[in-house]
Ligand binder design. Sequence first.
Ligand code: GDP
Length: 295
Amino acid sequence: MFDSLSEGLQSAFKSLRGKGKLTEGNMRDGLEIVRKSLLEADVSYPVVQDFMGHVTERALGKRVLLSLRPHEELVSIVHSELVSLLGPVDSSLHLRKEGPTIIMLCGLQGSGKTTTCGKLAQLLKEENIKATLVAADLQRPAAIEQLHVIGRQLDVPVYSEPQNKNPVEVCQNGVAKAKADGARVVILDTAGRLAIDEELMAELSRIDKKVAPDQVYLVVDGMTGQDAVNSADAFNKSLELDGVIMTKLDGDARGGALLSVKHVTGVPIKFMGTGEHMDALEPFRPEGMAGRILQ
Ligand code: GDP
């Protein structure tokens, strides 16, 4: 995960190791390597500027420059600034005490939305919480069947109405059925598009208004770099997202989307997808992620 970013940061720390007495110039050289590594990882420019502002201020302080192990000090500064860039995160699903909690997933086609519906149901199942999946992606022809396959695999009920072309009705009927069946959580798999367009946003807004989900999560493909950040920004403007679920972090994502999305949109990453299997979804932990990046 993020190998080249990790290597870049390590080379910055290495450049300060064993230098004897460190000068401000040495530290500035090290910081420049950190900055370049972030840009190469496709982190948004304003995020890099802001992040480097914080890191530089702390790293050029007397305490760090005069310390016996300045490279270790820099590691710890970068670690703590990464943690504040990524968090804070509350990855609880905030389940209602009574009646089903409605979770709506949205995102562009191919981001991993349908798969993530199944992964969330699996997480809940592990806690003995009954979920129902609702197939409201009426755009992608295979999406309904894909959700049924996932439901059968997990033994989780899936609600669909293949003849109904109105996703608002499908969601409303799905929620009513889930309620009647005593489900604690309803997960809505909504339609995506290849790119953001007005029709998609209008459809999602209609579902949001009529079905009033408790939580709205955006699924974004972590491999798509700044596109992921731009789409998160656009979705958040029309839907008020409660969180981002970033998928495909098991691939060779450079890290830019991961490090930029919260700063740019104000919406934290709540979960991360780390594989195609149903158990490959983890609550997002800024501390753990900062540690992995600095490995
Ligand atoms: P949707 O169009 O947004 O519903 O996307 P899908 O759920 O159909 O996912 C698109 C592809 O991405 C499928 O092949 C999934 O198996 C794959 N996928 C989803 N999440 C992950 C992930 O976290 N890691 C990897 N490697 N693949 C994923």
